[in-house]
Design a protein around this ligand. Sequence first.
Ligand SMILES: [Zn+2]
Length: 314
Amino acid sequence: MHTIRIPPVIKFGENALGETEYPKNALVVTTAPPELSGKWLDKMGIQDYMLFDKVTPEPSIDDVKAVISEFKEKDPSVLIGLGGGSSMDVVKYASPEMGKKKILIPTTYGTGAEMTTYCVLKFEGKKKLLREDKFLADMAVVDSYFMDGTPEQIIKNSVCDACAQATEGYDSKLGNDLTRTLCKQAFDVLYDAIINDKPENYPYGSMLSGMGFGNCSTTLGHALSYVFSNEGVPHGFSLSSCTTVAHKHNKSIFYEKFKQIIEKLGFDKLDLKASVSDAADTVMTDRGHLDPNPIPISKEDVMKCLEDIKSGNL
Ligand SMILES: [Zn+2]
């Protein structure tokens, strides 16, 4: 038997943001400054709402507690996470604690977080990846409106992440026919959008990617990427090389096409400060990504992949 979890209601496409009806007395949670969130709220056409805009980037359980203590008594009708991962993660955790439903509206995209049961929060200064059914959105609203004004570098990294998640998800041993259908379709949409310059389709492709990989897992590419994240390299950028090399090693059906999109987007070579052997030891501890990899991975395999990344041998 297989189980798939996706939000029961998904509003997407042009004008989804403005045409969706929002319940009165909703609590909107965001990281955006008032001049930006004000613009978004106007576009949503939402009225009679409360606003919490003090979420910190890379939020912790303290942000969740702040929302609950300030608004539990005010009894909001629903929580709306409006923003990037940070705002959505706080709402994912806080709304079940408050016994409220949640609406997730990604303003950056690529992670597909609005579709998944994942939640990333810091506990005692340490980032933790949680996964529970209660984190799933009751409604998601996906609109490419927010891409206007997003810096190009962020768009590039985001779409690379979406492509990596879709293709690694397709290859995951935790997948099934339906996740593979979603992941394949996600990559087809994203590939077409990148190669044929249709960035307005990125949010839809990312959404499909989230529906797919969110119900299985990512694999070797993501496992490799975290040693670069530890050195401050943006997630999407590190995947440009890591997922390409992982696809080569796994003999993935996506290897050639993934390389094409990386070339089209134009990414620089990655640098690794740690020694290859130390970094490989770190990668080997990441069983959550390595166990579902389509083929078993040894430390020697990881070292070979890291050497290839360092020398630009993709
Ligand atoms: Zn990712």
